[in-house]
Design a protein around this ligand. Structure first.
Ligand code: NAD
Length: 517
């Protein structure tokens, strides 16, 4: 296989940073340099405060970037523990993209591939600008034979586009292109990278393609059993990432469609999910009715799939997957309107608290949160205020996401209708409703106080220290509540008050009737 001594990972985001860190951790003899044009992001990766929050990430970075000593369990040691001497750092972060590309034997392309917002295919097609930019840099500066690895999620046949860019700049020079889609989930990225179900490596059926694939497989084989490393064709590999996300999202939309029927029939969607999940052909995962899926990937990947299907002259296929998105929008819309109806169809003069903004727990990623759609619908009713608390999403990130509402609602103004606060008490104080929109453990309760007659939403009322007339609605998960101590993330931003949630916010609650949904 191709010898690999230096890897350049282009893109220091949610995929590039953790993936490069885990590769470096397990391949101490290889130099891994993560590059990004974003100086602030690179500075953060070099600092003690990493730009993204993932359980376990700090430990991996500490060892690979800083050369920290590792404690290993050893069965032959009397205590069971032994300390390996500190290793040489082999993980670096830099904005020197070109210089790093020049010396790399392999480039992992982990740049953003969002949905196009304007022009042909706007709203559905993938915006390939960042990927094309990275490929141009590689084409102009990489050593001949450098292996190019697509880690970004891309439309099927992107490998051909990359080859065309290479050929245009460096005619006749061989740059093997591999597809190695990333299946990690935010919030469990390190676990997913350390113990992947599978590592898919797609290559062209040429000698150079197979040699390149073997080199990448060898990197993974440092910690992943060979049986989980799946070599497949490059086009299948590109498409399998879109297909995987589409299938996962489709399950969420499917159970949410059932929840809508439950709410009109007194059937309980939780009971249904449990019983159908016992069928091994169906399985229990991704069957939680709630607000629908969010995050930076599912929507854009399904949009990309529908666009691909349409471009290939398959409108029925496009319509099939489009319906998964339609159902997702329907669920959020239904939830928000349900809140409004519960508050007597008017939010005038009322305060709504939102606990949790991230699209799921254990991530500080504020992108594409279902909360944004809920907030948009609530704002139409002119509430006095909407106050948001999230333990990890920064105020700046939330405000940046909310800026799409700026024109209509001046959300960035200090006296605007939306406020982001740093503790849950301030958020809940004097609220007419508390909506829990992220499945953070700190909001979890194994015993909802009121199970509503509309089973896909659980409502619960309580009068805590300050909140009056508080309504909480289930959003993303089975049993949302606040009666457990919070599990602080590794880099906590929790206020000292948060531990009091346990004792103060959830006494056995009285249940004012107007709060029951
Ligand atoms: P991100 O936006 O967090 O990070 C991308 C980074 O690439 C940014 O920091 C950007 O500055 C940098 N970049 C863009 N063009 C560059 C260039 N030419 N040179 C140097 N840096 C450049 O994105 P992400 O969430 O890490 O996602 C990256 C890709 O991985 C996407 O295709 C996404 O669909 C896919 N993916 C994401 C996840 C996830 O959970 N976030 C999971 C699997 C796959």
């Amino acid at each position: 296989s191709v010898p690999v001594r230096t890897i350049c990972c282009i893109g220091a985001g949610y995929v590039g940073g953790p993936t490069a860190a885990v590769i470096a951790l397990h391949n101490p003899h290889i130099r891994v340099v993560v590059v990004d044009r974003d100086q602030k992001r690179i500075d953060a990766w070099k600092s003690r405060h990493l730009p993204i929050h993932e359980p376990g990430l700090e430990d991996v970075v500490r060892i690979a970037r800083d050369g920290a000593a590792v404690t290993r369990r050893r069965s032959d040691s009397p205590t069971g523990d032994t300390m390996d001497p500190a290793r040489q750092p082999n993980l670096f972060f830099s904005t020197a993209c070109i210089e790093t590309i020049k010396v790399a034997d392999m480039c992992l392309i982990s740049v953003n591939t969002p949905t196009k917002t304007r022009g042909v295919g706007a709203g559905r097609a993938t915006d390939m600008a960042a990927l094309e930019g990275a490929c141009r840099d590689i084409a102009m500066h990489a050593k001949a034979g450098c292996v190019l690895v697509e880690k970004s999620t891309v439309p099927c046949k992107t490998g051909q586009l990359i080859k065309d860019i290479m050929e245009a700049h460096r005619p006749g020079v061989v740059f093997p292109v591999l597809s190695n889609p990333e299946f990690l989930s935010e919030g469990t990225a390190i676990r997913d990278l350390m113990q992947p179900d599978r590592v898919v490596i797609g290559c062209e059926s040429t000698i150079s393609g197979h040699r390149a694939a073997a080199a990448l497989a060898n990197l993974y084989a440092a910690w992943v059993p060979r049986s989980r490393i799946a070599p497949i064709g490059i086009w299948s590999s590109e498409l399998c990432k879109l297909a995987a996300n589409a299938m996962l999202a489709q399950r969420i939309s499917s159970i949410n469609s059932i929840s809508a029927i439950c709410e009109r029939t007194d059937a309980d969607v939780g009971e249904i999910a449990k019983s159908i999940g016992l069928d091994p052909r169906i399985g229990p995962q991704f069957l939680k009715a709630g607000l629908g899926f969010g995050g930076s990937c599912f929507r854009k990947d399904i949009a990309s799939l529908t666009y691909l299907a349409e471009s290939l002259g398959l409108p029925e296929v496009a319509a099939y997957w489009q319906q998964v998105l339609t159902m997702n929008d329907f669920q959020r819309d239904r939830f928000a309107r349900h809140v409004i109806a519960t508050l007597n169809n008017s939010l005038r003069g009322k305060k709504v608290a939102i606990l949790g903004y991230a699209f799921k727990k254990n991530t500080g990623d504020a992108r594409e949160s279902p909360a944004l759609d809920v907030i948009r619908i609530l704002l139409e009713e002119g509430p006095k205020s909407i106050t948001i608390y999230d333990p990890l999403c920064s105020e700046a990130d939330i405000k940046r996401e909310l800026s799409v509402l700026e024109r209509d609602y001046a959300v960035s103004m200090p006296d605007g209708p939306v406020e982001v606060v740093s503790d849950p008490y301030t958020a809940c104080a004097n609220s007419n409703a508390v909506l829990i929109l992220t499945d953070w453990d700190m909001f979890k309760n194994s015993k909802p106080v009121i199970r509503s007659s509309k089973p896909s939403t659980i409502a619960e009322t309580y009068d805590g220290a300050t909140p009056t007339d508080v309504l909480r609605l289930k959003a993303n998960l089975d049993h949302v509540t606040i009666n457990k101590p919070p599990t602080p993330p590794r880099t906590p931003k929790l206020s000292p008050l948060s531990s009091e949630l346990n004792t103060r916010l959830l006494p056995e609650p009285p249940c004012p009737a107007d709060c029951i949904v």
